[in-house]
Write a protein that binds this ligand. Structure first.
Ligand code: AMP
Length: 297
């Protein structure tokens, strides 16, 4: 497979996308922060199925990180990422040479999605979803894709992008793809690289707890508390420090109250720290396939 063309400026990337569209190609787009893994590459594959040409952005977006978060140490390895994208069949890679490409000097504009950001990760990461919606709006504006593919691993992000694309009238189809997991069930994440062996073992309690909730749901449990309390207990017992573990409406993202009953679909979403690494995971009960937990030696 030939190496994808790399664009380092907004102008180059816009020109390449305009040229692709002028040649009659449907453009697929996958925004990422790099440090690519099989989850990202799955999104590229899916974009391929929807489009004739696939563009991938690699940009560690400063506005979605809080002041005490891992922006500075977020893993960056453009050369390796481009090799992976070549074998995955990406055609264009936008890797801005400088933050000022995406945030021009004097910039003062942000995109806010009002309510979907109020729940789950929102209160723990103020400004995060505003940063995400802003950068994705900018990237959509540059690339003009027909289809953009996102992971359900970041379920709240996906819902916010869907809302933003609808509200701002972007002519793009937003596709959400199931979470890709390691053989032991842990959701792939660029941040897994931070985990020590012991922290990783503790992190495995997350897919285990989600799978147990799925079994309980399949067995007919619909009481919100009966679904979520065992998840909280298992994760805390494993030594994870939780930001939250909630059962929520899968469309509005608002958590169920203490005597709530869930419907035929319910989102279980978790954010917690194993050591100093913040991990998120989720499952839409009644919709997603539960994590498989094959033991690896
Ligand atoms: P990131 O580079 O972490 O910003 O992620 C870029 C895109 O990849 C987002 O749409 C994520 O939801 C998606 N993604 C990250 N991890 C996974 C995974 N394990 N499975 C599927 N998609 C993922």
């Amino acid at each position: 497979m030939s190496a994808p063309a790399i664009q380092r400026t907004v102008e180059e990337f816009r020109d390449a996308c305009v040229a692709a569209r002028a040649a009659g190609a449907r453009l697929g787009f996958v925004p990422t922060m790099g440090a690519l893994h099989a989850g990202h590459l799955r999104l590229v594959e899916v974009a391929r199925r929807h489009a004739d040409r696939v563009a991938v952005s690699i940009f560690v977006n400063p506005t979605q990180f809080g002041p005490n978060e891992d922006f500075a140490r977020y893993p960056r390895n453009l050369e390796r990422d481009v090799e992976l994208l070549a074998s995955a069949g990406a055609d264009l890679v936008f890797a801005p040479a400088d933050v000022t490409e995406v945030y021009p000097p004097g910039e003062q504009t942000r995109v806010t999605v009002a309510k979907l950001g109020d729940h789950l990760c929102g209160p723990f990461r103020p400004q995060h979803f505003q940063g995400v919606a802003t950068v994705v709006a900018k990237l959509f504006a540059i690339a003009g894709p027909c289809t953009a593919v996102f992971g359900r691993k970041d379920y709240q992000q996906l819902k916010i992008i869907e809302r933003m694309a609808t509200d701002l009238l972007f002519p793009v189809k937003v596709v959400g793809e199931p979470t890709v997991r390691d053989a032991d069930g842990l959701a792939l994440s660029s941040r897994n690289a931070y985990l020590s062996a012991d922290e990783r073992v503790r992190a495995l309690e997350i897919p285990r707890a989600l799978a147990a909730a799925a079994t309980s749901f399949e067995n007919g449990e619909r009481r919100a508390q009966a679904l979520i309390v065992p998840v909280r207990t298992a994760l805390t017992r494993a030594g994870l420090r939780l930001d939250y573990a909630d059962v929520a409406d899968p469309d509005q993202l608002s958590p169920f109250g203490s005597d709530g009953l869930v419907g035929e679909r319910a989102l279980i979403a978790v954010a917690g720290f194993s050591g100093t690494t913040r991990l998120i995971d989720n499952l839409v009960l009644g919709e997603d396939v539960a994590p498989r937990l094959a033991k690896v030696s």
